[in-house]
Design a protein around this ligand. Structure first.
Ligand code: PLP
Length: 452
């Protein structure tokens, strides 16, 4: 299996891909990525491609970092596997738990490990309900999440997510989940200023909660910035108003930090940028920069104290909860983020550098808005900037642009007709220039294609 063609044929014969429309696989066949170093990937045909998506928003420290590879190899030799069930632990999971207590917001000192973001959100579904059982309020079972939110692909996490396409397959959502509107100002803000619109959506969310009955609601989950929903950066007024309303109603607040965590937004965690203090955080991706699968649930002291004092055994856990190799990868990864001051770098240096160029894309006649916080951003294609309208055949333009992008050596993701970007936090100034040059080319090619 050496040639691209052989790999493509064998892949098509035996590999059922996640999130891939096989009927629409373009004529050139599936792309074969073979190596990665820093912000660049190489494919099997020798093309060099700038990974503008950090894989799936996860490779925060860039590809191929030897420190992480060595740490994982060393750990596998020392202790390949041992579990964290039944009163056992091992050194890397202890060290990682302590390290996480140092980098997460002050209320977080307890961490429960999983294998992915989906598993983290599934865990929270049980953990939040269990907490209310311990608090003698077992009627608090309902979850609030948002349309356009993405929380994973397991049964509970896909139900929490607000994607109709995912719900249609397999009869989701499971009962007990209500979806509030997303704070998408460009699409829905009309004549309101972003701040006015943020408050409006926050109020709609609290009205939904009150119509259900706050006494029945366990928790609300949300991403600080919606990622897979198209990088929806909420107006500054939105999260503080939602979080305040939840607190007043005795509803737990879960920040899904799977994308926003570990420096992506220019703070360690997205909730810090939004000015909220969640009761739980779910994490994955950037915790290991994707080198080894790992997820984690951060449990605030207030909740942990109840679990530890009133609870007994939480009958939940995964074979790979706190896998030694994943812990070793996470420790090495966090050491890189700290020693290279990547969070400060995103906030004060490379973030603003890319943002100023990126936001200027909104001057293009076919770009409705171009937004970015830290190193996570998006721009919106539109046939009419003033009307903020969508193309009739929505998502076709996005997919066309995605193909132009790949062909021109840049990975960008399409969400409908919105193009999203989240490069590694280690990207250099010269690499940002390369990214922008390619992005502008993609927009010009797409514009020419539409006008043809
Ligand atoms: N939460 C968010 C915000 C995500 O973006 C994702 C994945 O993209 C998940 C949860 C699910 O994580 P995983 O794919 O590791 O299960």
């Amino acid at each position: 299996l050496n040639s691209t063609r052989e790999l493509q044929i064998t892949d098509a014969a035996h590999h059922l891909h996640p999130f891939t429309n096989t009927r629409e696989l373009n004529a050139r066949g599936v792309r074969v990525i073979t190596t990665g170093k820093g912000v660049y990937l190489h494919d099997s045909e020798g093309n060099k491609i700038l990974d503008g998506m950090s894989g799936l928003w996860c490779v925060n420290v860039g590809h191929g970092r030897k420190d992480i590879v060595d740490a994982v190899a060393k750990q596998l030799e020392e202790l390949t596997f041992y579990n964290t069930f039944f009163n056992t632990t091992h050194p890397p999971v202890v060290a990682l738990s302590k390290l996480l207590s140092e980098v997460t917001p002050k209320q977080f000192n307890y961490f429960h490990f999983t294998g992915s973001g989906s598993e983290s959100n599934d865990t929270i579904f049980r953990l939040a309900r269990y907490y209310w059982q311990l608090m003698d309020k077992p009627e608090k079972t309902i979850f609030i999440s948002r349309r356009g939110g993405y929380h994973g692909s397991t049964v509970a996490s896909a139900s929490l997510g607000g994607f109709g396409s995912m719900h249609e397959q397999g009869g989701l959502p499971i009962p007990g989940i209500f979806h509030a509107p997303p704070p998408s100002w460009w699409a829905n803000g009309g004549d309101l200023t972003p701040d006015e619109f943020g408050l409006k959506v926050a109020n709609q969310t609290l009205e939904l909660i009150d119509s259900i009955g706050a006494h029945k609601i366990a928790a609300m989950i949300g991403e600080p910035i919606m990622g897979a929903g198209g990088v929806i950066i909420p107006p500054k007024t939105y999260w503080p108003a939602v979080a305040k309303g939840l607190k007043e109603r005795d509803i737990l607040f879960i920040s899904d930090e799977v994308i926003c965590g570990f420096g992506r937004t220019g703070e360690w965690f997205g909730c810090e940028l939004m000015g909220t203090e969640p009761d739980f955080m779910t994490m994955a991706k950037g915790i290991t920069s994707g080198y080894v699968p790992m997820g984690c649930v951060g449990v605030s002291d207030r909740i942990a104290n109840v679990l530890l004092e009133k609870g007994g055994e939480f009958a939940h856990g995964y074979t790979y909860s706190g896998h030694p190799a994943a812990c070793a990868a996470a420790i090495a990864n966090l050491e890189i983020i700290r020693s290279e001051k990547l969070v400060d770098r995103v906030r004060d240096d490379i973030g603003p550098y890319l943002q100023s160029k990126w936001k200027a894309l909104a001057d293009h006649p076919m770009v409705g808005e171009a937004v970015m916080e830290g190193l996570i951003g998006a721009f919106q294609f539109t046939p009419d900037k003033n009307a903020r309208s969508n193309f009739a055949d929505e998502a076709k333009i996005g997919l066309t642009a995605r193909d132009f992008s790949f062909e021109n050596g840049l990975v960008m993701r399409a969400v409908g007709d919105r193009m999203v970007i989240a490069p590694p936090l280690t990207i250099t100034h010269a690499e940002v220039d390369d990214l922008m040059e390619k992005t502008i080319k993609v927009i010009d090619l797409t514009y020419a294609h539409v006008r043809k």
